[in-house]
Each structure stands twice: as C-alpha cells, then as structure tokens.
Design a protein around this ligand. Structure first.
Ligand code: PMV
Length: 340
C-alpha cells in the first residue's frame, strides 16, 4: 500500500511519549468498556496506523468490557486470559505482543499481562476494542505517563481502530482526521447522558469469526463497487445520529443506526469474493425485531463483524425485549450518570 510520507506506529509512539518517564511503577491495572458503533467504521485509509475512511460514533457499554493488569517480568511475554496462559503463537498472543513491542523499555524486556473480560473474544462483540483500550490504560499506569484522553485514544487505535473509542464512556465520536500521521484521528466523548437508552446483546454464536475485520475491510474496500457509496452514506448517517442524540429522538437514532449497519453489511456482500458474517439465526432475529416494531415497539438492531445482534431501545420497551429474547444481556450505558 502506498503511504506517502506517513509515520510508522513506532514513530507515532515516539512522538507521543517524547519526554514522558520510562520508569516502571511496578504494575498497572485498568478497565475499559466494550463499545458498539451506531455509525460504523468500515475501511481504512491507512492500514499501518488504522486510520479510517470515515468518522464513526459509538456508545460504550458501562461495566462490560476488559480488565487488564500488566507488569514487567522476565524476558518473554506471558499472557493470561481468565487465568489461563495463552500459547505464544496464538492469534491473541501474537497481536498483543506485537503491540507491546511498541512500548518495551528495552527490546529484551518481557511483560506479564493478565486479562479478563466478559465478552467473547472475536465474536463481533468488540472484544479487541476494550482489550487494546484496557491495555494502553494499564501501560499508562505502569509507566506513569499520565497521558491525556486524546493521546491514549491515538495509542489505542494503533492496536485496533475501534479501541480508540473504548477509552471513553457514553456516546463517543471517532474523528477520521485527514493527517497522514493520524494525530487528528482520535475519539472524543459527546458528554450527553441518556438514562433511558438501552442496548441488549444477543450472542447467537461465540465461535471465532471465519474472517477478521482487518482482511474483511481490505477485501470490501478493494473489490466491492458498493463500497464507493459508503463514505457518503456514512457521513450523512453520522450527521443524523448526532442530531438524534442531541434531540434525544430515539426513533430517528434507531432507524438510522440500523440502516447504517445493514448498509455496511451490504458493502461486504458486494465484495468479490463476498464477506458474509450472518448466520440463519441473524436473519431470524432481525425478522423478530421487525415484527416487534410492526406491533409498535421502537426496537432496532445493529450488527458488527460477526453474526451477533445488538438491540437498541429505550427503558419503556425493556420488558418487551426480555419477553421476546430472555437470553439477551441488557446493558444500561448511562447507569452511573443516572445514579449521579
Ligand atoms: O477495530 P476493528 O478492526 O475491530 O473493527 C471494528 C469494525 C466494526 O466493529 C464492524 C464497526 C465498528 O465501528 O466498531
């Protein structure tokens, strides 16, 4: 890929950490929430730095995400997921170690990383987003950098694009930016509280997805003629969703978010060969949601790079959702704001 005079990941890290301490405080520990995009990120303008083609907007799932502890130990990385050590050649361990390479005080230093999360890894429930966000927040503590939110968001993006949004709570917009070094491509919280807003997670399959979001985005962008319409549609949807949030107009928010997700999946179907994440249960679930809507309940769907469906609704329809989908996990993204 032609990248002009863009920086490498290592150069971005160096620029952000210049004049920051490199002294370990012993250990770092942090939590980051998963996030669900209402206006999706799909397609990169720079694959090295995870710079997106379009801006996107998500909501962070209060209390549902990843907790990571990190310290420097030995000369090889040791990674534990739910207290089980991962084989160094597993996909998860390789991705984590190559991200940690960006932050080693010496090339021979090893990290011990203990991660636990309440989201199935790689099932399209944004586990890499909360994973890399928790990792950079834990590294910030370990090394005592005390970085601001923008810098943390940029560094999280280097691990996984959508991770830059998981550094913040509530509604979060990721500005695509235009710079080749990506210093203007970071997330920003909207600071809007919407206590009645609900998301329900329906796990239809927790198997690893057959194709990761990175190759799927690349294939879509390169081969799908439908992708040429995506940046224009995504920009219009983002404007609509922003306005719906500021007016707390749920029906508009749900309608545009659902259409945005379906349009993203349509660009994938237009790829050659096609990318299809859906299972028969995905379609069946969509039809059940549309039937509820037909009966008057404002319940909408969104889907990411996987077969699972997330439902968007307000508190007044929570009973209807629980009735129809008793297995769904209902999340209250603004719970803490509600208590405050
Ligand atoms: O950050 P990645 O590579 O996991 O990409 C995530 C892309 C989607 O989840 C499909 C959409 C989004 O904006 O989160």
């Amino acid at each position: 890929m032609k990248r002009g005079c863009a920086l490498t990941k290592q150069e971005v890290v160096k620029a952000i950490l210049a004049s920051r301490p490199v002294v370990s405080s012993g250990a770092g520990r942090a939590f980051a929430p998963a996030n669900i995009a209402l206006c999706k990120y799909w397609g990169k303008r720079d694959e090295e730095l995870n710079l997106p083609m379009t801006s996107s907007l998500s909501v962070s799932l209060d209390g549902l995400g990843t907790t990571t502890e990190i310290c420097l130990r030995g000369d090889v990385d040791r990674l534990y997921l739910h207290d089980r050590e991962l084989a160094p050649d597993s996909e998860f361990a390789r991705r984590t170690s190559s991200y940690l390479d960006l932050f080693r005080p010496e090339s021979s230093a090893g990290f011990e990383v203990r991660t636990r999360g309440d989201i199935p890894v790689a099932a399209g429930l944004a586990s890499s987003a909360s994973g890399f966000a928790a990792l950079i927040l834990a590294l910030d503590q370990l090394f005592g950098w005390a970085l601001d939110g923008v810098s943390l968001s940029i560094l999280a993006r280097l691990g996984s694009g959508s991770a830059c949004r998981s550094v913040f709570d509530g509604f979060v917009e990721w500005h695509a930016g235009t710079r080749t070094d990506g210093m203007d491509s970071h997330a920003e919280p909207l600071n809007v509280h919407w206590p009645e807003f609900r998301i329900a997670l329906l796990t239809l399959s927790d198997r690893e997805k057959p194709v990761g979001s990175r190759p799927a985005m690349r294939q879509t962008k390169r081969t799908s003629t439908l992708y040429t319409a995506w940046p224009v549609q995504a920009a219009a949807d983002l404007r609509d969703i922003r306005a719906a949030i500021s007016d707390q107009d749920f029906e508009r928010l749900g309608r545009v978010s659902e259409s945005n997700a379906l349009a993203m999946h349509a660009t994938m179907l237009g790829a050659r060969p096609p990318v299809l994440y859906w299972l028969p249960e995905t379609v069946e679930t969509l039809q059940r949601i549309w039937a509820l809507r037909g009966a008057g309940a404002a319940i909408y769907a969104t889907m990411d790079a996987g077969p699972n469906v997330k439902l968007l609704f307000e508190a007044k329809h929570e009973a209807a959702v629980r009735d129809e989908f008793p297995e769904a996990r209902v999340v209250t993204p603004f719970e803490r704001a509600e208590e405050a």
